[in-house]
Design a protein around this ligand. Structure first.
Ligand SMILES: CC(C)(COP(=O)(O)OP(=O)(O)OC[C@H]1O[C@@H](n2cnc3c(N)ncnc32)[C@H](O)[C@@H]1OP(=O)(O)O)[C@@H](O)C(=O)NCCC(=O)NCCS
Length: 145
């Protein structure tokens, strides 16, 4: 089910990479879903902030499904892509993949779409700059959006 559409991880560079540590686990030794969600929010925030060229806030998180567990010692790579740009809001598609125990198999563990809103210093929504006003490195990264 999770392999039906083309993955944004194909040929791409993850926005963030980190390793799950013992401190990220619950009392049973399993990595918290909330830790994975937090890593996804960090990566999506980087992506959204670059597209908005400024401050952004997470406005909503679409239903997430955890396909596979994350374990201590796994490398978690989070891939992001801007899939919609509105006036001040944008949708970021996020996929989280693990490399088991640093050197093992690669598996997709979860994906979701988060909506971010560009805001000013007072937290009020502001317009996202049009694509033609973006620095070249952002244009290269975000394609047509
Ligand atoms: C996100 C936030 C700035 C929107 O405030 P608002 O008064 O609704 O702002 P606006 O009416 O100007 O709407 C701004 C945009 O946000 C979108 N939006 C607002 N609430 C939304 C939601 N829950 N989900 C998705 N989009 C939302 C609107 O559709 C609009 O999009 P557009 O400009 O592209 O058309 C405000 O709700 C907020 O600050 N929320 C808290 C965010 C936060 O702190 N996140 C971290 C939690 S720890």
């Amino acid at each position: 089910m999770n392999d039906e559409k083309k993955s944004i991880s194909e040929g791409g560079t993850p926005t963030t990479r980190t390793m799950a540590m013992p401190s990220d686990t619950n009392s049973s030794g399993d990595v918290f879903g909330g830790w994975v969600l937090s890593q996804m929010d960090i990566a999506a925030g980087i992506c959204a902030g670059q597209r908005a060229q400024g401050r952004v806030v997470t406005a909503s998180i679409e239903a997430m499904r955890f396909y596979r567990p994350v374990r201590v010692g796994d490398i978690l790579g989070v891939y992001t892509s801007v899939i919609r740009v509105g006036r001040s809001s944008m949708d970021i598609l996020i996929e989280a993949w693990v490399r088991r125990d640093r050197i093992g198999d690669r598996e997709k563990v979860t994906e979701a779409t988060f909506t971010f809103v560009a805001v000013d210093a007072d937290g009020k929504s502001v317009a996202i700059p049009p694509r033609d006003q973006l620095p070249q490195y952002v244009k290269d990264k975000f394609g047509e959006l």
